[in-house]
Each structure stands twice: as structure tokens, then as C-alpha cells.
Write a protein that binds this ligand. Structure first.
Ligand code: SF4
Length: 420
């Protein structure tokens, strides 16, 4: 086999053996990689385990960005090993470390119990209002659904918690993932546990210092910061409502494990705690106002879509392979926060020999990545056996719709797609 075109990459992998203890160390592994654009960090780890050291421990399950098991720190930034493509990592050497703030079990495997204990604090389950009319319909294009939408995509990978410095300094801090979950339920008009949930989230949400690390690293492009700001605004509104209603008193006492006494007068401690929250709330209202104007509202408005450069049009027109996967990179603005996105698209000459067609490479079933199979002459999806004809129509499997086609244009010899 001709290996001259292979690229050499060095992987510095954190090792910790619980039987010997200590601080752990890094082991160095070299791999020759044939095509970096088609090799993920998880592929590399599997090769290291197979070819160099079978004792290397790491977690993975779905391989398609759905299960959240393979979260780790890659070159200093949290990410999923199965989603991180080697070609996107700069430098010859790649450092792999376990997630921060979690006890290490072995090598890259951490104990996720603290994560799920915090998650539990947010009461992550849904209970409907007692007088809820059934079926309760929230239309997909309603403000409410759009506000909650993306936040429900959390896969509990722990990347956001690992990136959060407040999670390091405040061991009791519920953290971005749990607060994001609380937000999805608090913003739901059918939520029957609002008082209890808000009381818990209120205690936690002022630990956030707007560092936006969680939003930066989330592999599902969720903004836990936006969720936390939403809770702070809700909390501020509650505080300015005045003395608690009997319902609030019961709920809050229940959380502390005390017998609820309806209509209990305010204690001094309770007044001071409310006043403290009030001051925080005033700040929260100010920041929340800025964020509402800046970060939250734009998510509800329809954003102006932009043309994103794919590459030189001539390069694709002369391509003999027929279908090429290209990573497009662009920036979207979410209030004052700017999010840099990298998305794979498939440029096909097969569907239209006189020009090119660009498909979104997300499967329309669960959003897994679709690849062109040259032997089968089909687009195939690794999970659930989804298959699409060259023109994007569904051939087999569960995908409910054809592949999404981008609008394209050629300008100054460059191919552009209209961002979806
Ligand atoms: Fe992972 Fe994002 Fe959920 Fe945090 S919010 S646990 S980073 S998917």
C-alpha cells in the first residue's frame, strides 16, 4: 500500500491507572493518517487502542454525536471525540485529556455521577399542570416552542460543565447543563412544577458570571448562557412580586424538607435572603434586559440568512469524483455573542451534470452525518440504515424527507450556499 500521502500526527493522551494512583501522565502515540478530513479523534483513539495499547480506556457508544459519551478536552477545548475531525485541529500534536471537574476513573473516562446529581437538582422531569387541557398543543412555530427548541437537544455530554470556571470555584453550583434543562421546563407553559423548580434554579443561577465558555464548547450549539439569563429574568420578576403566595411557601419549604405551613410570616433570614436576591435581581434585570434585547430576542426573530463560501466553482466542476464533502465555516450572531459554525456539506455533480447541487450532510431522520457511497451510488447514513438516491430522495430507512438542498450561486468564480 502506498503510504506516501499519509500524514503523521502525534497524540498525547492522558493516562491514569486507578490501581497505582498518582497524578497521571501523558503517553505519546504516533499515527499515520490517510485522510484527515474523514478521520475523527474517536477513530484515532480506536486505532491507538488496537495498534498500540489495548489498555487505553475511553467511552463511546453511538459514534454519531447523539449519545454524549465521548466528551473530552481536545487541544484544550471540550468537544466530542466522534464529532471532532482531525483535519480541523491545528498543529502536529493533539492533546487529549478527560473532562475537567469530574473524578477520573481511568485514562479518559470520568465519573459522571456528580453531573447527574446536579441534573437531578433541576427536577429534570415534566409534570403537567393539574387543570391542563389535553392534548395541549404548542405549535412548532410559536414563540414558546422557538424559545425552548434548541435547548432540548442537550445530550448530557458534560462539556459545558467542564468548561465552566464557576463549576470549579463553587462546588455546589448546579452548572450550565442542569440550568439549561430547568429552563426548557420553566419556559414551558404546561409546567406544573414551576414554583419548586424556579426556587431551586434561583439559588443557582446567580453563580453564572457570563463567561460564555459553555456556549462556546457545546457540541449541539446550545447556549446554556441564554437559558441561565432567562431564569435570572424570571427570578427577578418573582422577587419584585413581593411576599410569597401560599403556594410558593409550600413549595420552597418542601424543597428544604420542612413541613409546609401556609401563610407563614417572613422571617428575618428569609427577608435578608430575599433582599440579597433582590439586589442580584436588579443587576439581573439590567443584564437580562441587555440580553433580552440582544441575545434572546434575536433567537425569536427570523435572522437574515447569509451566503457562505464553499470553494472555487471550477474545482467542483472539474471534479471527477462526483461528490465531495466540504466543511463550510461561518459566523452567526446571537445577540452580542458570536457563534462560529463549521458544517459539512456535500457538493454533487451527479444530481446535475451541467452544474452542482449542494446537500446538507445531515440525515433528515436524527441529524447524523450522511456520506456518499461510491460503490452503491447512494448517500448513506451510518445509523438506522438510511439511504438516499443521488438526487437526494429517500431510498430506504426511516428518514422522513429527502436530503436538504442549499440554494447556490456562483460569484467571481466562487461557489456560495445560502445558510440554512
Ligand atoms: Fe453537552 Fe451542550 Fe448539553 Fe452542556 S448543554 S451537556 S455541552 S449538549
Amino acid at each position: 500500500m502506498d503510504r506516501t500521502s499519509y500524514k503523521k500526527r502525534v497524540f498525547n493522551v492522558f493516562r491514569y491507572d486507578p490501581t497505582t494512583g498518582g497524578d497521571g501522565h501523558f503517553d505519546r502515540f504516533e499515527l499515520d493518517i490517510e485522510d484527515e478530513s474523514k478521520t475523527t479523534v474517536l477513530d484515532a483513539l480506536l486505532r491507538i487502542q488496537r495498534e498500540h495499547d489495548p489498555s487505553l480506556a475511553f467511552r463511546y457508544a453511538c459514534r454519531v454525536n447523539m449519545c454524549g459519551s465521548c466528551g473530552m478536552v481536545i487541544n484544550g477545548q471540550e468537544g466530542l471525540a466522534c464529532k471532532t475531525v482531525i483535519a480541523d485541529l491545528r498543529g502536529k500534536e493533539i492533546d487529549l485529556r478527560p473532562l475537567n471537574h469530574f473524578p477520573v476513573v481511568k485514562d479518559l473516562v470520568v465519573d459522571m455521577d456528580p453531573f447527574f446529581e446536579k441534573y437531578q437538582e433541576a427536577m429534570p422531569y415534566f409534570e403537567a399542570l393539574e387543570d391542563q387541557k389535553e392534548p395541549s398543543i404548542i405549535p412548532p412555530d410559536s414563540r414558546e416552542r422557538k424559545a425552548i427548541g434548541l435547548s432540548t437537544e442537550c445530550i448530557a455530554c458534560g462539556c459545558c460543565v467542564s468548561s465552566c470556571t464557576m463549576a470549579h470555584w463553587h462546588k455546589d453550583y448546579m452548572g450550565p447543563a442542569a440550568l439549561n434543562r430547568a429552563f426548557t421546563l420553566l419556559a414551558d407553559s404546561r409546567d406544573g412544577m414551576r414554583v419548586e423548580r424556579l426556587a431551586r434554579a434561583m439559588d443557582a443561577c446567580y453563580n453564572c458570571r457570563l463567561e460564555l465558555n459553555c456556549t462556546e464548547v457545546c457540541p449541539k450549539e446550545i447556549s446554556p448562557t441564554r437559558a441561565i439569563k432567562y431564569i435570572q429574568r424570571m427570578a427577578a420578576k418573582e422577587v419584585f412580586k413581593g411576599p410569597p403566595t401560599p403556594l410558593e411557601t409550600e413549595g420552597e419549604k418542601e424543597i428544604r424538607g420542612e413541613e409546609p405551613v401556609v401563610g407563614e410570616p417572613w422571617s428575618r433570614r428569609r427577608f435578608l435572603s430575599r433582599a440579597t436576591v433582590g439586589i442580584s435581581a436588579a443587576a439581573g434585570l439590567f443584564i437580562g434586559g441587555l440580553l433580552t434585547a440582544g441575545a434572546f430576542a434575536p433567537a425569536l426573530r427570523s435572522r437574515t440568512r447569509q451566503w457562505v463560501r464553499v470553494g472555487g466553482a471550477g474545482e467542483f466542476m472539474s471534479d471527477r469524483e462526483g461528490v465531495k464533502t466540504v466543511q463550510i465555516r461561518y459566523q452567526v450572531e446571537d445577540g452580542f455573542y458570536k457563534n462560529r459554525l463549521t458544517k459539512p456539506v456535500m457538493v454533487s455533480r451527479i444530481a446535475d451534470p451541467s452544474g452542482v447541487v449542494v446537500f446538507n450532510s445531515r440525515c433528515t431522520h436524527l441529524g447524523c452525518t450522511v456520506h456518499w457511497d461510491e460503490a452503491k451510488k447512494l448517500f448513506v447514513c451510518a445509523c438506522h440504515g438510511g439511504a438516499f438516491y443521488p438526487d437526494g430522495r429517500v431510498k430506504a430507512g426511516p428518514p422522513p424527507r429527502p436530503l436538504v438542498r442549499y440554494r447556490t450561486k456562483v460569484e467571481d468564480g466562487q461557489l456560495f450556499v445560502l445558510e440554512a
